[in-house]
Design a binder for this molecule. Structure first.
Ligand SMILES: N[C@@H](CCC(=O)N[C@@H](CS)C(=O)NCC(=O)O)C(=O)O
Length: 233
């Protein structure tokens, strides 16, 4: 059984998608990042960087629980454990891992900042908004070229690279992008959304949102972007 600590964001959704794809049994523990659940000592023991997603495999190696944070590490762990969505051969494996890493080291930070400067951090800082939208667009262009040559990011098979990149790329609307500028990315997003596991994952996320969602009011902004976020722990 996998304990999944997550929220309704793109990074959280990735792991729900992977668990639904693999069929591994899991239990969802919502971490309401607008209420400050990410700073609770019991969560920091699992995820010391105070971010979702994180997993604990109750039946980890040698019968002892294994705890993993960072979405890419969670996806790699679940791929290794299930034997799915990450090729076993070295060439195939690195074909996937390079795109997985681009999704968390390039796409994720750029689109996250584009969202911030076009949403909660909208304070007239047009240069920042433009910079992060441009950088997100640049990465989308790289993905578009790749997807014009290959059905999936890692090659011929759907993989954890697609799941990870989808989790962030699906948020293009709030990042100031026009998806019609990258038609191969647009078609790839649609193909992923049609997968039965993606549909089930969307329902799981919608359920969390319906039960626990919290507006991004002044208190939530303080937790996410103010003194609470930057307190040393
Ligand atoms: N590099 C991390 C990013 C995770 C991340 O940014 N999580 C956000 C939600 S999408 C979070 O938990 N934010 C809470 C906070 O910053 O306090 C990953 O890929 O897992």
């Amino acid at each position: 059984m996998i304990d999944l600590y997550t929220w309704t964001t793109g990074n959280g959704r990735k792991i729900v998608m992977m668990l639904e794809e693999t069929g591994m049994p899991y239990e969802v523990h919502p971490i309401n990042i607008r209420r400050g659940d990410q700073f609770k000592p019991e969560f920091l023991k699992i995820s010391p960087n105070n971010k979702i997603p994180a997993i604990v495999d109750r039946d980890g190696l040698g019968g002892r629980p294994v705890s993993v944070f960072e979405s890419a590490a969670c996806l790699m762990y679940l791929a290794e454990k299930s034997g799915k969505f990450l090729p076993a051969d070295v060439a195939g494996r690195y074909a996937v891992l390079q795109w997985l890493i681009l999704s968390v080291a390039g796409l994720g930070p750029a689109i996250g900042q584009a969202h911030y400067f076009r949403g909660p951090g909208k304070d007239g800082n047009e240069r920042a908004a433009e910079r992060f939208t441009n950088e997100t667009q640049r990465v989308f262009n790289v993905l578009d070229k790749r997807l014009s040559e290959s059905p999936w990011l890692g090659g011929t098979e759907y993989s954890i690279a697609d799941i990870s990149a989808y989790g962030r790329a699906a948020g293009y609307k709030n990042a100031g992008l026009d998806i019609d500028d990258t038609p191969h990315v647009k078609a790839w997003l649609a193909r992923i959304e049609e997968r039965p596991a993606s549909r089930r994952a969307a329902a799981v996320i919608a359920d969390i949102r319906a039960r626990y969602d919290t507006p991004l009011d002044a208190a939530a902004r303080e937790i996410m972007y103010g003194a609470t976020q930057y307190a040393r722990r």
